[in-house]
Design a protein around this ligand. Structure first.
Ligand SMILES: Cc1cc2nc3c(=O)[nH]c(=O)nc-3n(C[C@H](O)[C@H](O)[C@H](O)COP(=O)(O)OP(=O)(O)OC[C@H]3O[C@@H](n4cnc5c(N)ncnc54)[C@H](O)[C@@H]3O)c2cc1C
Ligand SMILES: C[S@@+](CC[C@H](N)C(=O)[O-])C[C@H]1O[C@@H](n2cnc3c(N)ncnc32)[C@H](O)[C@@H]1O
Length: 645
């Protein structure tokens, strides 16, 4: 796999002498001088025979190279919205190396009043300019835009999708060769369904030849504006890959009603599924004690490691998802007050400053604050500066679970107070069985979101670690709490409901479900470190708290996806040495979403969306190498390679 350079250089806002948006970097215009919207219609929609080709489809996927101003997207959206025979779900996936900043996009979109209401919706959810994939939903999630902010050569090999239509819209081939190289066209062909159509404004011989070599039957037709010709074609591969089968009945059993199970259930319900959700706890989320609150913020590393990349996608997706829940009327107990990650010693500070600079993060995502500025935000004295995440904050997970239950509505049938003792396959169905052998529920798909209990029901060739954690509820009157979340050796939240949540311990090998005095004492010590000048008048013996058990994989990444068939893999272990994860034997219809470790809030929404996309064979919301890094089959592969399976 290619190295992944995630630094994003935004596009400059410029115009040529005709007033057409223009790129000084590439020396070309963004669209025909005649009309961007009319060009989008003629070249890309008509060129791909849309809307006819998407009529009555369940899912239709368009892949675009070069998002630019998003005019092709807006024209496609408008066409789809106005089409009574539109497909049920439209996925639009677009790759862009130099996205515009939101303010520039707003200025540009103002030039195309015909798109005004749609453009405003796009601007409202436009992501910060950070590398990676960004999934945005519109039209009650029937239209999904997945933006890959990256160089096309890095992004396209990482896409996991099957395209029905392709828009080739780089700048002119002679000025922007990377967007038209034979290698890229081959890669695009690999992502195309047999019969997928392709269209481009260019009629250059290099493009035509490249497309033909990649397996497209191409023809010239009348171009738009000053262009006499354009190209359109369809994919006619010599060896078509078998089409992925769509699930038959859309009914799943989900085990575990924590934030993992609730998110998976809600994402599937959005796609028309019915869910039986089984939870050992007796109380539904609306009645469960809900004082516990967790923190969310991005993870940053100098080499932009897999954890940083995947959790960045998760963090941004979660924020959009929660805002959408709130906008649709669900109640969430949360605050985006911002998180300051205190860095301590100078070396860590230098590393963080270098990482932020190397990746060119915009200030709305992350920036370093010196002590004075940090103290002004926090409203209290600090030991030093830190990394400021203005979009971060805290959330009560139970309120999120309750909101997702409410959003799922009647399609989600919850069974509380029932522990699944065993799962079994019977014909086409997975059964969830209680200790007395009673069948609780059965469905063709079963998702294990039961955290530390998951590997008991389905092994993954790797034990997961259970790590106890205790948080403390410090009376708000006993200290001057910060106005923002402070994170460092532990974390402290602003005061709310008369208390300050502070945590948390990491107690390996301790399975006491009750708070311990020692845990409160160590949380108070963490608090004193975070707030060096605060006088904390709390007694560890008097304060209350809560205990939970994290579930962690050795690589600190979640497990999301189809479960491996460990026994079948062991039988074929010699042949597994050099193969891809995709070839690993799997347990039909059995999936998991677990091991979120200390980042459940950041992972849950994206993991739910990833799993639902995998089950439905829709484009994945994150890069293929990241999906592989989260694949529950990764340990089997590792062991097969090492010869230890
Ligand atoms: C002290 C502490 C502090 C934390 N702080 C943060 C933080 O600040 N930010 C953050 O993002 N994350 C934090 N975390 C981590 C976060 O809480 C977890 O990542 C998250 O709760 C995992 O969610 P989950 O749904 O996978 O698991 P859980 O919340 O454990 O849910 C699993 C559910 O499955 C049910 N279940 C298990 N087995 C069965 C069965 N056989 N049948 C039926 N039901 C079953 C359980 O009852 C449980 O309700 C913290 C964790 C702890 C312990
Ligand atoms: C003609 S414009 C696209 C116009 C756009 N489709 C629209 O509807 O507004 C070409 C786009 O390709 C992008 N681009 C150029 N080289 C790229 C590369 N190597 N990888 C990804 N995007 C690239 C440019 O930044 C530019 O936004």
């Amino acid at each position: 796999m290619l190295p992944c350079l995630m630094r994003i250089e935004p596009a400059a806002l410029a115009f040529d002498i005709d007033g057409t948006p223009y790129s000084p970097v590439y020396g070309d215009v963004y669209h025909s001088a005649q009309s961007g919207p009319a060009q989008a219609q003629h070249v890309f929609l008509d060129g791909n025979d849309l809307p006819r080709r998407w009529a009555h489809a369940r899912v239709f996927t368009i892949l675009e190279t070069g998002f630019g101003l998003g005019l092709n997207f807006l024209a496609t959206w408008r066409q789809w919205r106005d089409d009574p025979a539109r497909c049920a779900r439209l996925h639009y996936v677009s790759v862009e190396k130099h996205p515009f900043a939101r303010a520039a996009l707003e200025q540009l979109h103002a030039r195309y009043p015909e798109f005004a209401p749609l453009a405003r919706q796009l601007q409202d959810v436009w992501p910060p300019l950070v590398g990676g994939m960004h999934r945005l939903h519109f039209e009650h999630e029937r239209l999904t835009l997945t933006l890959a902010f990256a160089d096309v050569a890095e992004a396209v090999p990482r896409l996991r999708l099957r395209a029905d239509a392709i828009y080739l819209d780089g700048f002119a081939p002679r000025l922007n060769q990377d967007m038209w190289s034979p290698r890229l066209l081959q890669r695009l062909a690999r992502l195309a369904h047999p019969g997928a159509t392709i269209a481009t404004y260019s009629s250059a011989a290099l493009v035509r030849d490249g497309l033909q070599a990649a397996g497209f039957a191409v023809e010239k037709c009348a171009g738009f504006g000053r262009k006499r010709d354009m190209l359109r074609g369809s994919h006619a591969p010599r060896r078509p890959q078998p089409a992925a089968s769509a699930p038959g009945s859309r009914h799943a059993v989900v085990i575990g009603a924590g934030i993992a199970g609730a998110a998976v259930s809600e994402r599937l319900v959005r796609r028309g599924w019915n869910i039986d959700l089984i939870e050992a706890r007796a109380l539904p989320p609306t009645q469960a004690p809900a004082r516990y609150a967790g923190v969310f913020h991005p993870h940053i590393s100098r080499d932009d490691c897999i954890l940083s990349r995947a959790s960045r996608n998760g963090y941004l997706y979660a924020l959009r998802h929660w805002l959408a829940l709130a906008q649709s009327g669900e109640t969430l107990d949360w605050s985006r007050c911002g998180v300051l990650q205190l860095l301590g010693e100078a070396e860590r500070k230098e590393r963080m400053i270098a990482a932020i600079a190397a990746q060119g993060f915009p200030a709305e995502f992350a920036r370093y604050l010196e002590r004075g500025a940090a103290e002004a935000l926090a409203g209290c004295a600090l030991a030093g500066g830190g990394c400021w995440f203005p979009g971060g904050g805290w959330m009560r997970p139970m309120s999120l679970v309750a909101a997702q239950f409410a959003a799922a509505g009647a399609a989600l049938r919850a069974h509380f107070g029932l522990r699944v003792e065993r799962i079994a396959r019977s014909g086409e169905l997975w059964q969830a069985l209680a200790a007395d052998g009673r069948l609780i529920a059965a469905a063709p798909v079963l998702v294990l979101a039961n955290s530390n209990d998951m590997t008991r029901l389905a092994p993954v060739a790797q034990p997961l670690q259970q790590i106890r954690g205790q948080i403390s509820y410090v009376p708000a009157a006993s200290l001057a709490a910060p106005r923002i979340v402070l994170a460092g050796a532990g974390y402290v939240l602003p005061a709310f409901d008369g208390m300050v949540v502070s945590g948390s311990t990491y107690d390996r090998g301790n399975d006491d479900p009750e708070p311990q005095l020692q845990g409160h004492a160590s949380n108070l010590a963490r608090l004193a470190q975070l707030l060096p000048q605060a006088r904390i008048a709390a007694d560890a013996a008097q304060i209350e708290g809560a205990v939970g058990f994290r579930c962690a994989a050795p690589d600190h990444l979640p497990l999301v996806g189809a479960l491996p068939d460990v026994a079948a893999a062991a039988g074929r272990k010699l042949s597994l040495g050099g193969v891809q994860l995709a070839e690993l034997p799997r347990r039909d219809g059995l999936y998991c979403a677990t091991a979120y470790a200390s980042r459940g809030l950041v992972w849950a929404a994206l993991a739910g969306e990833l799993l639902a996309s995998q089950i439905e064979n829709e484009p994945l919301p994150l890069e293929g190498d990241l999906a592989d890094a989260l694949d529950p089959g990764r340990f089997v592969m590792k062991q097969a390679r090492r010869g230890t399976l």
